[in-house]
Design a binder for this molecule. Structure first.
Ligand code: ATP
Length: 498
């Protein structure tokens, strides 16, 4: 005979209908609780919204696509650039004589945008086109041509399935202010109310300086003042845009300075020794920045040769700035008011392209040493430069000596940066994957994505909320199981002999 310990054969209480019903209801309730908590939050964070901005600059047009989680519309800090596309060909202002082509030039990048933005979001995605100094100049020179370009661009953009919000010229003040918003937004300085960074933007046809200075309240030269209330903080921003002081127009001005008498050739210290190209007078003077200086009697062409001398180049560059009059307490140049420089600055666009090529983005190198390095670069013969950089675009390569000299002169002589304040400048292309420039700030403003007041923050982030609901649900379940203890199946204490 074998003795075995067996459970008493009792009626299993789990099989009682009441217990089964209560258990099922309990499980369903807990599953429903967790599901609701997850569904409340999770699917929303999966949805993104999009915005598209076309930056129609003087030298080229670029398209930017921005993306942000749908539920964060009014909380910001989360808008990111997901894609950019450079339009082939020149800026839209160059199509004054064939406006239709300005619209057509945008097609390729726009088609890319159609593929990049999910189809179901197309109709609600705002599309903006902002034109800067190139179109400002064309508008001054020939407003009917400028209108025709806009008409063509308008028609072309309406063909796409996005919510087109119109094409317009940004004022210099807007360009400066939105560039400042972009860099401070991306650096998360606005939401946190931290000290802001100034913004230095160097384009092809204009240049902007924008910063907050504690001794500027907008009363002196009010036209340079922009007031913002962002996330509950008030900002009194100083901003100025210098039309014609972008690097392409500034180069024109230095060439105009050297061709005042209408010579057949010039020996330009801003170009490398050995550089020589025949250029047309009509093209040089075809801009409102220099058109009034066209020599009376000039041949149709001039030979532009280089001699590579940084110091002489700096003297010519200085001559395009006017330092003689200032009706304010202090000025930068051309009689424009500028308060005391304050805080760190982000310098982008051509500031970055040029200083990056020249390997001079490290501003902890003393300013005098930076000048020496540039002087050495300018003195390098053109043949050697061409051999050293066979893949760099010819126009850029020929101009880097001028461009570097212009940047240092603009910063030090123009804006009054000194050896002490120069290290406060950071040459940047992008911040956290988004390009520095006016486009993001422009879109944030037009879509009201930066609230005036600080948004109420939820007591918990949604991940924390889900975790707490899940933990509570599990605890409830365990408690429920334990409360069922009296009904658990019991083993008989007496062994049974079979
Ligand atoms: N890699 C590069 N090296 C040198 N210069 C460059 C490079 N890429 C662009 N540039 C030049 O830098 C300048 C600024 O370019 P950006 O695109 O910021 O200006 P833009 O928007 O065309 O001008 P604006 O803002 O004045 O209308 C232009 O003159 C452009 O030709």
């Amino acid at each position: 005979q074998s003795a075995q310990f067996l459970c008493m054969k009792e009626k299993n209480p789990w099989h009682r209908p009441v217990t089964i019903i209560i258990t099922v209801i309990g499980v369903i309730a807990i599953v429903a609780l967790v599901t609701v908590a997850v569904l409340q939050n999770w699917p929303l964070s999966q949805k993104y919204k999009y915005g598209i901005v076309l930056d129609a600059g003087s030298s080229h047009t670029a398209l930017y696509i921005y993306e942000w989680p749908a539920e964060k519309d009014n909380n910001t800090g989360r808008v990111e650039q997901t894609h950019s596309c450079t339009v082939k060909g020149p800026g839209i202002s160059s199509y004054a004589s064939a406006p239709q082509k300005a619209g057509e030039s945008l097609t390729e990048c726009m088609q890319e945008a159609v593929h990049r933005v999910p189809k179901k979001r197309h109709h609600e995605t705002p599309l903006y086109l902002g034109a800067t100094a190139g179109m400002r100049l064309l508008n001054v020179q020939n407003s009917s041509a400028s209108n025709k370009v806009f008409q063509a661009v308008d028609e072309a953009l309406r063909e796409f399935p996005f919510a087109f919000q119109g094409a317009r010229i940004l004022s210099g003040q807007e360009e400066g202010a939105f560039g400042w918003v972009t860099v401070n937004y991306l650096d998360d300085r606005l939401r946190q109310g931290l000290e802001t960074n100034g913004a230095l933007d160097l384009g092809g046809a204009s240049t902007q300086i924008s910063f907050v200075s504690s001794n500027y309240d907008g009363s002196e030269s009010p036209s340079n003042s922009v007031n913002f209330r962002l996330y509950g903080n008030d900002y009194n921003l100083y901003t100025h845009s210098f039309l014609c002081y972008g690097k392409d127009q500034a180069l024109r001005m230095t060439l105009a300075q050297q061709t005042r008498s209408g010579p057949t050739s010039i020996l330009d210290p801003c170009f490398h020794d050995g550089y020589s190209e025949t250029k047309e007078y009509s093209k040089l003077y075809d801009s409102p920045c220099v058109s009034d200086r066209k020599p009376q009697e000039a041949p149709s062409t001039y030979i532009h040769t280089g001699k590579g001398n940084f110091h002489q180049c700096q003297e010519i560059v200085k001559s395009v700035f006017n330092f003689t009059h200032c009706q304010y307490s202090q000025c930068s140049f051309n009689g424009i008011f500028q308060p005391h420089l304050q805080g760190p600055f982000g310098a982008f666009s051509a500031y970055y392209f040029v200083m990056n090529f020249l390997k001079l983005t490290n501003t902890s190198i003393p300013l005098e040493q930076v000048k020496e390095k540039l002087a050495h670069y300018c003195a390098t013969p053109w043949t050697q430069i061409q051999k050293q950089y066979p893949n760099v675009k010819h126009k850029y390569l020929a101009e880097y000596c001028f461009s570097g000299t212009y940047i240092l002169t603009l910063l030090t002589e123009g804006y009054n940066f000194t050896s002490e304040s120069y290290p406060n400048i950071k040459f940047i292309k992008e911040i956290k994957g988004s390009d520095a420039g006016w486009t993001l700030g422009y879109m944030l403003n037009l879509t009201n994505m930066i609230p005036a007041e600080a948004p109420d923050s939820p007591p918990l982030p949604h991940a924390g909320y889900i975790s707490i609901v899940t933990v509570i649900a599990v605890l409830l379940f365990v408690l429920f199981i334990l409360s069922m203890r009296p009904f658990w199946p019991q083993c008989s204490k007496e062994p049974q002999i079979i």
